[in-house]
Ligand binder design. Structure first.
Ligand SMILES: [Fe+2]
Length: 205
């Protein structure tokens, strides 16, 4: 049985960057629904006991098309939002350190340049989707964007997300309306880089 991550902060703790009603709706309704529907689809497909990453990485093995679609969309919705909600803090570490910082500097030139790259991808994602910073087991980094609830795992890219930037309208519309770039700018104000580092370390082992 998959469960939503527990929030380590109150629904109002990310103000003014992400407003209370958006956290309540996004986590309490959207993420909750993805989680319920993912569990239903997992049971229907007989995939209990597998991790969400395993399921998303082997969607091709599910023969039934509508079930495969349900696993892709709701499994992605479950997994992506766990990563998203886990990565915020009202008192975030403002920059990465150690091996992750070295890798970012090597690949992108600086943390600010990486943020610019992610901002460009997130702003340019047409319609609903996500922008990612992902890592592979060798520690290499990659930025990308995906439509819907796809991610670098379900896309078979061999990379696992470590920053999840949700640009579905449900992530920002109540507060920011059409101003997606303002939401993206403020996303980085509450992104806790110590969580991103934890994600990176887990992948490289
Ligand atoms: Fe979302």
């Amino acid at each position: 049985m998959f469960e939503q991550v527990k929030l380590t902060y109150g629904a109002d703790a990310l103000e003014p960057y992400i407003d209370t009603l958006t956290v309540e709706t996004h986590y309490g309704k959207h993420h909750a629904t993805y989680t319920k529907n993912f569990n239903d689809a997992v049971a229907k497909a007989g995939l209990e006991g597998k991790s969400a990453e395993e399921i998303l990485a082997s969607l091709d093995s599910v023969a039934d098309e509508s079930l495969r679609k349900a696993l892709r969309n709701n499994g992605g919705g479950y997994y992506n939002h766990n990563l998203y909600f886990e990565s915020f803090s009202p008192s975030p570490a403002k920059a990465p350190t150690g091996a992750l910082l070295d890798k970012i500097n090597e690949k992108f030139g600086s943390v600010d340049a990486l943020k610019e790259e992610l901002t460009k991808l997130a702003t340019g994602q047409f319609g609903s989707g996500w922008a990612w910073l992902s890592a592979n087991k060798a520690g290499d980094l990659m930025t990308s964007a995906s439509p819907n609830q796809d991610n670098t795992i379900s896309e078979g890219k061999g990379y696992i997300p470590i920053i999840a930037l949700d640009v579905w309208e449900h992530a920002y519309y109540l507060k920011y309306k059409n101003l997606r770039p303002d939401y993206i700018k403020n996303f980085f104000e509450i992104l806790d880089w110590s969580k991103v580092e934890e994600n990176y370390k887990r992948i490289i082992g």
